[in-house]
Write a protein that binds this ligand. Structure first.
Ligand code: BG6
Length: 484
């Protein structure tokens, strides 16, 4: 037992442009859909507004100002020994409106500088092309991904970045948590769908057949775009490796009642539906019945099947935060979550935001996913969103975060022992950033504390938490020294 992590294992961390960059109108950047999301809290949902309301606070506008602090931040990642840094390119920085004839040179240069800075320290970038950053104009004028023309806009953007960053980037991800479209959280953010003013982000809300049809139609266009982007990347540089990114979740039957088992099986398909299309190149066998039950009817072009087949990904990546339970019983306590919502499991604890903490669920899911796809796997998000408190000297003693990450790393090691070829672990929000689900700063994931509150007040100063030194030792020992 205790097989070590492979020699070239990618330890690192992950962020997304809209949650860390800020500079939302600097350097020629256009507005993106996430720039239209207000702040929120554990109890008050974030709201989407078409017009930016000066009375409201939009956290992405300044975020943690990575736009101006990237050198300092990357130096801190290097000090921890990062081998990989996952970040997204904000599409609206490269094509401010999404359908512009020419890209924005300043935006291109910004990311070139970031990639060069990473290269200086030997940190491999893992670049997400689409992380809730659809240019707002595409949403407004085209209805986002519902319109097939958005595929071409996306491919023009891909061609620009694949060409510009030759020699600086090797690993790409097409769509962050592409399956979030299925969960009712994707309308404005992951699909760029035109959205009513004041609509909040809904979790697992029951959709009408019309709403589901819009989502799956838009998702189909993302599948086609992803497959074409994979082929394009390989054409531009055969060394490019392109992966998918799925919101992962383990679903356990709440009881041995066969109805609960069947329900858990159906909910596990949340992990497989998009993965099957992107890894196997075709919609899975259960699609027809699922569409019938949801009342979904989508339009596809005759050439789409061949495009999907020819554009399968090179590796599989996913986020993992929690497991949940499935049951047909309605008289049960519900569990919270970002992408994964379900029923509370009495055997495991929850975070302050109600997300169930289940390291063994990660081992379970790694085995399930590898068993199905037999592709190299990266865990590109994982972590504990928690409220941190500064001691009298201004330090954060985040033993709870260390315990969370340690337990998950142990289970990754178990999965490697099981035979799963895990290649990377990039915990989420390696530096504190804006929470996606609540828009708060107080929900912190980082090894690095950022002095900023929920309304964007603070000095933006960075400081190391206890977990910083701990993670540095973990990386230096290639995952063998997990103690404090
Ligand atoms: C994932 C997203 O769903 O979860 C991230 O890809 C997000 O963008 C992360 O930040 C954690 O969720 P939250 O709501 O705590 O920020």
């Amino acid at each position: 037992m205790n097989k070590p992590f492979p020699e070239n294992f990618y330890w690192g961390g992950a962020v997304a442009a809209n949650q860390c960059e800020g500079g939302y109108r600097e350097g020629g950047k256009g507005e993106s859909v996430c720039d239209h999301m207000t702040d929120g809290s554990r109890t008050a949902p974030r709201l989407y507004t078409n017009t930016l309301d000066p009375e409201k606070y939009y956290p992405s506008h300044n975020a943690i100002d990575f736009y101006h602090h990237y050198k300092e931040d990357i130096a801190l990642f290097a000090e921890m020994g990062f081998k990989m840094f996952r970040l997204s390119i904000n599409w609206s920085r490269i094509y401010p409106n999404g359908d512009d004839a020419q890209p924005n040179r300043e935006g291109i240069e910004f990311y070139r500088n970031v990639f060069q800075e990473l290269k200086k320290y030997g940190i491999e970038p893992l670049v997400t092309l689409h992380h809730y950053e659809v240019p707002y104009h595409l949403s407004d004028a085209y209805d986002g991904w519902f319109d097939r023309r958005t595929i071409d806009c996306f491919l023009r953007y891909c061609e620009t970045v694949f060409t510009e960053y030759l020699g600086l980037v090797k690993y790409w991800l097409t769509f962050n948590e592409i399956n979030s479209a299925q969960m009712g959280i994707g309308d404005p953010l992951s699909l760029g769908l035109r959205t009513a003013d004041g609509a909040g982000k809904s979790f697992g809300a029951k959709a009408t057949p019309e709403e589901s049809t819009r989502r799956y139609q838009a998702l189909h266009h993302q599948f086609v775009a992803s497959a074409k982007a994979v082929q394009m990347a390989h054409r531009i540089d055969p060394a490019y490796r392109v992966g998918c990114m799925v919101a992962g979740g383990a679903f356990y039957p709440f009881t041995p009642n066969p109805d609960d088992v069947l329900k858990a099986q159906a909910e596990m398909r949340m992990n497989y539906f998009c993965g099957d299309v992107q890894v196997r190149g075709a919609y899975p066998y259960f699609t027809q019945r699922m569409f019938e039950e949801l009342g979904v009817q989508i339009h596809t072009e005759p050439e789409d099947a061949e495009t999907l087949r020819a554009g399968t990904v090179d590796f599989y990546t996913f986020s993992y935060y929690m497991s949940t339970c499935s049951t047909v019983d309605t008289d049960v306590e519900k569990a919270n979550g970002n992408a994964v919502v379900g029923v509370k499991n009495p055997y495991i604890p929850s975070s302050d935001w109600g997300w169930q903490i289940d390291p063994k669920g990660l081992r379970f899911l790694l085995n399930e996913l590898y068993g199905r796809y037999q592709l190299p796997i990266m865990i590109v998000e994982n972590g504990l969103g928690a409220e941190d408190h500064l001691d009298a000297d201004g330090h954060v003693h985040d033993q709870y975060r260390i315990a969370y990450l340690r337990d998950h790393i142990r289970q990754i090691r178990e999965a490697i022992e099981d035979g799963v070829p895990v290649q990377a672990y990039t915990p989420w929000g390696c530096i504190d950033l804006v929470s996606l689900s609540t828009g708060e700063m107080r929900k912190r994931y980082g090894f690095i504390y950022v002095d900023l509150d929920d309304k964007g007040h603070g000095s933006f100063a960075r400081s190391k938490k206890d977990s910083f030194d701990w993670y540095r030792k973990v990386i230096a020992s290639n995952g063998t020294d997990l103690e404090d």
